[in-house]
Structures are given as structure tokens and as C-alpha cells.
Design a protein around this ligand. Structure first.
Ligand SMILES: [Zn+2]
Length: 213
């Protein structure tokens, strides 16, 4: 336990309603209680969520592909510093055969009809890691997005009709009953691989080009 005093977030369920029951034992850390569900559905600050799910011992990696799972879909807002969850059901598809040095991409579909039915890209670490790594990835990306949005606002204020696009990132807590058994970050799948196209200078196919350059 850290000695650093925590700043209370006025919107965080856990800050406002500290759990008075006995602290969870390490083997029960990833079993979600009624209090946890209430907190996650109502919204918890980044610090409270990390405190609840941080573990140096328990590392997760999803090894069951092409299966449907119940999950909690977690979104982070930098403006309010709150994580809020929705119950959902996801289908974890096949690997996209795209591997970075640390993470790999997997097809994810939301079976919950509230989400649009398009495909999402899930990212999991190649080696099992603590859930906090996924949560910190999303927090970092959504913090960057917050500043991109502020920048876009200032462009509009100056009548510059341009926008920088940024792909939002969210977290999925994969559940087995009430137990968290995995974690992925998810991003909407963008049609067309712009990075690949712009990097692909040597293999440029000139057949369909109208203008030489
Ligand atoms: Zn809090």
C-alpha cells in the first residue's frame, strides 16, 4: 500500500464510497464484487481503478481465441478522469497476423447490439502482463486524444477547417463468471492501411495512377 495521500475525485464512486469490507486477498483480487460492479458502472477515477486492479503477481494473456466472452467495456475520459464500464459480450476472433515487438492484433466483434457491429482491433501483449499495463496504455492514448481535441477546437476557432484524426482506445475486461480472466485494448478498425500505403514507396504500382509524380 502506498503512503501517498490520494486526491479525492468528486465524480469517482470509490472515492465517494470507500469499500468498508475486508480488503481482498490476492487470490480474490480479480473476482468482482457487487461493490466493484456498482463502482465500475457508475465511474471510477484512474487512480482508484489502478489501485483495485494493479498486480505484480497476476499476469494475464488471453489464450482462447475464436470464442465469445462476457466482458466489461471500459472507456476513459481525460476530461473527467473517470473510467466507466458497460456490460457487454464480445467475440474474440482470429489473430490479424500483425505483431509488434510487444503486442499483437486480434479481431474483436461486439455482440452487444448497442455497439456498432463493425470490427474492432484488439491488442494483447505477446507475453502475459499485469492488467495495469493495458489500462495505462488506454489512459495514455486518451490523454493524447484529449489534447488533439483541444487542438482541433482551436483550429475551428481560427476558422481552419482541418482536423487531426485520432483513433480512440478502450479497454475490455474479459470475464469468466465474475472473475477477470483477460484484458485487451480495443480500437475501431479503420478501413485502409494508411501507414502501409505511405511507407510503400518502392513497390508503388503505377498501373492505376493518373498523374506521374
Ligand atoms: Zn477515486
Amino acid at each position: 500500500t502506498s503512503a501517498r495521500p490520494q486526491r479525492k475525485s468528486p465524480l469517482c464512486y470509490t472515492c465517494l464510497n470507500p469499500n468498508k469490507s475486508a480488503p481482498v486477498t490476492p487470490d480474490e483480487q480479480f473476482l468482482l464484487s457487487q461493490h466493484d460492479y456498482r463502482a465500475l458502472l457508475a465511474g471510477v477515477c484512474h487512480q482508484c481503478l489502478l489501485k483495485r486492479l494493479h498486480s505484480d503477481e497476476t499476469k494475464v494473456k488471453l489464450n482462447k481465441e475464436t470464442t465469445a466472452h462476457n466482458a466489461l467495456h471500459l472507456k476513459f475520459s481525460k476530461a473527467t478522469d473517470l473510467w466507466t464500464a458497460k456490460e457487454t459480450c464480445v467475440y474474440i476472433g482470429k489473430s490479424m497476423n500483425m505483431k509488434g515487438s510487444q503486442r499483437e492484433a486480434i479481431w474483436v466483434n461486439f455482440l452487444h447490439q448497442e455497439e456498432r457491429l463493425s470490427s474492432y482491433v484488439g491488442k494483447d501483449y505477446l507475453k502475459p502482463r499485469g492488467i495495469q499495463f493495458h489500462l495505462m496504455d488506454v489512459e495514455r492514448q486518451m490523454t493524447a486524444q484529449h489534447y488533439v481535441t483541444e487542438f482541433n477546437k482551436s483550429l475551428y476557432d481560427k476558422d481552419v477547417m482541418a482536423q487531426i484524426f485520432f483513433i480512440p482506445s478502450e479497454a475490455l475486461l474479459i470475464l469468466n463468471g465474475d472473475e477477470i480472466v483477460g484484458c485487451l485494448t480495443v480500437e475501431p478498425y479503420m478501413l485502409g492501411n494508411f501507414v502501409k500505403l505511405t511507407n510503400n514507396t518502392r513497390k508503388k504500382d503505377k498501373t492505376f495512377q493518373a498523374t506521374e509524380y
